[in-house]
Design a protein around this ligand. Structure first.
Ligand code: IPD
Ligand code: CA
Ligand code: CA
Ligand code: CA
Length: 269
């Protein structure tokens, strides 16, 4: 039986992320099949499916008793810990051959995420963390930025696939920060956005209505790199609740105040 220590789980997440990342990279320049999920802006490619299939096989061999929640195939039952898998985060980028996407894998226990990895195969950047053991990028320790001023902060966000039906939160908060931060980006991969907060590249990230597989690994990276991870209304982070805010430690109060005022103005808190 494979060990279940955070360190062993982290190694498994790293191995799985690299294995799936290789599949994405190999197919990146080739022909791809694109299907639509809930709408014309919500895509899935053959690469998402191939990556997920390889990951499911790998994890079932490694930890046969564990549960899995994967984006494309849903949930499978288990008695032990639960793996949260995004086989390709950044599908729209991938479908347009924009080389910014990743694999995100994490494992969740009764008290929260234990270990996780985010792998960008185009830059060969492997971000990983285990609870209480810090976060690394290709083996080097990660630390969130020391920015304390919003006017100096580079922020990042994303838009959920239902943004056209429900634009108020995502578009409204984007507008608010355009006026207050040094800059704001929308990269198309929430897992990499969180990894970049952990690496001190971005000073903050927020997004509405993300899914557990988008955020589980990235949130652990942020927390283990000394960043602050909460829900948008400032309440404690919960991987099953998708309105998230990640901050550099010296900026967290300011971002919480901004988001709190915004939600209040909308009548959402
Ligand atoms: C999406 C990306 C994107 C975010 C969306 C996610 P997918 O995941 O992370 O950046 O804005 O909300 O759904 O579909 O590419 O795995
Ligand atoms: Ca995703
Ligand atoms: Ca995905
Ligand atoms: Ca998707």
């Amino acid at each position: 039986m494979e060990q279940e220590t955070p360190a062993a789980l982290r190694r498994t997440a790293e191995e799985g992320a690299r294995l799936a990342g290789r599949i994405l990279a190999e197919r990146f320049q080739g022909e791809r099949t694109i299907e639509f999920k809930r709408s014309g802006i919500d895509l899935v490619t053959d690469a998402d499916k191939a990556s997920e299939e390889a990951l499911l096989k790998f994890l079932r061999e490694r930890y046969p008793g564990h549960a899995i929640l994967a984006e494309e195939s849903g949930a499978s039952q288990g008695t032990g810990l639960r793996w949260l898998i995004d086989p390709l985060d950044g599908t729209t980028n991938y479908a347009h051959r924009v080389p910014h996407f990743c694999v995100s894998i994490a494992v969740d226990g009764p008290d929260g995420v234990l270990a996780g990895a985010v792998y960008d195969p185009m830059l060969d950047e492997l971000f990983s963390a285990a609870r209480g053991q810090g976060a690394t990028l290709n083996g080097q320790p990660l630390k969130a930025s020391d920015t304390t001023q919003l006017e100096r902060a580079l922020l990042c966000t994303g838009f959920p696939y239902d943004v056209r039906e429900r634009p108020e939160g995502p578009v409204g908060l984007f507008n608010r920060f355009i006026r207050r931060a040094q800059g704001i980006r929308r990269t198309g991969s929430a897992a990499l956005d969180l990894a970049y907060v952990a690496a001190g590249r971005f000073d903050g990230f927020f997004e509405f209505r993300l899914k557990p597989w988008d955020i589980a690994a990235g949130a652990l990276l942020v927390m283990e790199a000394g960043g602050v991870m909460t829900l948008m209304d400032g309440s404690p982070f919960d991987v099953m609740r998708g309105d998230v805010l990640a901050s550099a430690p010296g900026l967290a109060d300011k971002l919480h105040t901004e988001c709190g005022e915004f939600l209040k103005d909308l009548g959402w808190s």
